[in-house]
Design a protein around this ligand. Structure first.
Ligand code: FDA
Length: 320
């Protein structure tokens, strides 16, 4: 109920209008968002790189409503790719397809995605396509395969959400093509007809898919993160749930997958002690760094994940 209400709010235009302009909310969001400008995010990247983390940059934005805005978002992403090269940072890029036009027209999105991936390919950069809620999944998968098969662009990876019943099948198909996968639990409210409603089932499916990814990484040569930190390995486990991480570590150890081929990914500002622990144990850790003025839906999804975050938000109000 709590989670459903916040996920509803994350998509409600009226709530976005009110909360985005509220300075208390902006201050609370800064725990999860590196700032409003690319320079803010690059500072966070630099600091995290110095500590030994790799990063992925997300210029926040989704459900872009006009062709011009989708074009602008595409150009912004290209500018991030250039900044990563110019500043020589250990960063990849994460994007959402509705940010670059999927909610307007699939062909437009394809054109923009190809432009981004071609540019990233020239700069030896890697682009991860985040997975959005279920209405976008088939088109996201279709465009991913189009990029690889029709445009010969392979510097791209996808996200699989363990709360969906379909995910084992999707991941098997992705792995058969040597795809790079980030596994997460899933951040949206999905109906019980398509997603496990209970957390233990989501967790069990997460472990099941972790195993598949680890087996596949081992079979394909256990490639690690690229030297410059920009290209992740085949298998990326994205969670702050210690049990899920321990399961993946134990299984990888049991089958003999080297630590360098098992990347953990976590969100900026969440469970820093766990981020440090994984790093100290010798695993590559990539921090997902969101930035930009469109922080409202991202922030609300973070509130939805953890009721305690609401108290953090309220305490910010009283500190005002
Ligand atoms: P879980 O929710 O069980 O949390 C485990 C523990 O982590 C909690 O007990 C708490 O300590 C801590 N924690 C988790 N969320 C927190 C929060 N918001 N604030 C404070 N503490 C928190 N989803 C999606 O649908 N599509 C995508 O493309 C991505 N991409 C993505 C990238 C990366 C790098 C990460 C880490 C996550 C995503 N997600 C995502 C989000 C993901 O689906 C999921 O919603 C969150 O990671 C929370 O789930 P956990 O696996 O952390 O477990």
């Amino acid at each position: 109920m709590f989670r459903a209400s916040f996920i509803y709010l994350s998509q409600a235009a009226w709530a976005k209008q009110i909360i985005s302009n509220w300075s208390v909310a902006r201050r609370a969001a800064s725990r999860f968002v590196a700032g409003e400008k690319l320079e803010d995010a690059l500072q966070a990247v630099e600091r995290l790189n110095q500590e030994g983390f790799n990063t992925t940059l997300d210029h926040l934005g989704e459900h872009t409503s006009t062709e011009q805005k989708a074009y602008n978002a595409t150009e912004d992403i290209i500018a991030i790719i250039d900044s990563i090269e110019n500043t020589n940072t250990r960063a990849s890029i994460s994007i959402k397809l509705t940010q670059i036009g999927l909610a307007i027209d699939k062909k437009l999105c394809e054109k923009n995605l190809e432009k981004i991936l071609s540019h990233a390919s020239q700069k030896s950069s890697f682009v991860r396509i985040d997975m959005e809620d279920s209405p976008w999944i088939d088109n996201t998968l279709e465009l991913y395969w189009k990029m690889r098969n029709d445009h010969n662009l392979h510097n791209v990876g996808l996200v699989i959400q363990s709360y969906l019943y379909r995910s084992v099948e999707d991941v098997e198909r992705l792995m058969s093509g040597g795809g790079k996968v980030r596994l997460c639990k899933g951040a949206y409210k999905e109906p019980k007809e398509i997603a496990y409603p209970k957390k233990p089932d989501v967790d069990a499916n997460f472990d099941r898919i972790s195993k598949l990814l680890i087996d596949q990484a081992l079979q394909l040569g256990a490639e690690g993160v690229s030297e410059d930190g920009r290209i992740p390995p085949l298998c990326a486990i994205a969670s702050h749930d210690q049990d899920r991480l321990e399961f993946a570590k134990d299984y990888a150890h049991e089958v003999g997958l080297s630590k360098s081929a098992l990347e953990f990914q976590m969100l900026y500002g969440i469970r820093r002690e766990l981020q440090n622990q994984c790093l100290e144990e010798g695993y590559p850790v990539r921090i997902y760094i969101p930035y930009g003025t469109e922080w409202y839906p991202y922030f609300t999804r973070r509130l939805a994940e953890r009721p305690a975050n609401l108290w953090f938000f309220i305490s910010n109000y009283f500190r005002n």
